[in-house]
Write a protein of this length. Structure first.
Length: 265
């Protein structure tokens, strides 16, 4: 099986082109788990299948590193758009289908391996707030908490405490700790369900943190762009805050890099 490896701000994915041959199915949980294993397989935060779908340029089917199909992955969505561009399926714009519905993407190729990709995310209709924590769905469910001394936190311990807490243990939730930098930008660390560990970046988590920051700061309504620094690199989120408390025109922006390609038995 031929594969490609992509990363977006350190969030890394195995890409498989299934337009002509079906190498993997949703039932191949153990096989996908093995492929994502960093010691015995290729190694990745997740695996993505690119398949054809009527009415769209392609379909994105995303699996976490545990081998199970999961909810939307923002950085994975940006990387598969770059992958489709590399395969000459799309040009500078594309429309693809994911588990949470249609997504638009804008791709600007910097060279053969590097792209800047802007991915339109789903609208956010409501945000639950509990003191310093925010709970919202940006394609995947996220818990966002504002803290101080972020770099000193035990992210795995803190993440597991929330993810396996009484409220979320059945379905799981992604846990983000974030704090404001002196220049007003955001710093973020994320514990991802399915990976069950800290990842270097999480696109839907970055999106959730940017929206939570807007609410926390009680900013005026309108259009915003918030830079966010994850451990694996810099991303940015654009969005429009509406009078009814919802958020629309949400775009996750950042690099998508082809790392290598190969074949595996």
């Amino acid at each position: 099986m031929k594969f490609w490896k992509y990363q977006g701000a350190g969030n890394d994915f195995i890409m498989v082109d299934q337009r002509e041959k079906q190498w993997l199915t949703r039932a191949d949980t153990e096989r996908i788990l093995h492929l994502c294993d960093r010691r015995f397989g290729i190694g990745a935060d997740g695996l993505i299948l690119l398949e054809m779908k009527s009415g769209f340029d392609f379909e994105m089917i995303y699996f976490n590193a545990d081998g199970r199909e999961s909810t939307m992955c923002g950085n994975g969505g940006r990387c598969i758009a770059a992958f489709a561009h590399h395969l000459d399926i799309v040009g500078e714009k594309c429309l693809f289908h994911a588990i949470d519905g249609p997504h638009e993407a804008i791709i600007r190729a910097e060279n053969a391996d590097n792209c800047w990709v802007e991915l339109k995310m789903i609208d956010v209709q409501q945000v639950e707030q509990d003191k310093d924590a925010f709970i919202l769905n940006t394609g995947s469910p996220h818990y966002v908490q504002f803290v101080s001394r972020l770099d000193q936190k035990d992210m795995v311990s803190e993440g597991r405490a929330v993810r396996y807490g009484e409220r979320f243990k059945q379905e799981g939730i992604n846990v983000n700790l974030t704090e404001f930098n002196p220049d007003g930008t955001l710093q973020i660390r994320t514990y991802e369900r399915g990976v069950e560990d800290e990842t270097l970046a999480c696109g839907t988590g970055v999106t959730a943190a940017a929206i939570a920051a807007f609410i926390r700061q009680k900013a005026p309504l309108g259009d915003f762009e918030i830079p966010v620094h994850a451990r694996g690199g810099d991303l940015a989120v654009r969005f429009s805050a509406q009078t009814d408390g919802s958020f629309s025109q949400i775009w996750l922006c950042g690099p998508a890099v082809r790392v290598f390609e190969g074949t595996i038995q």
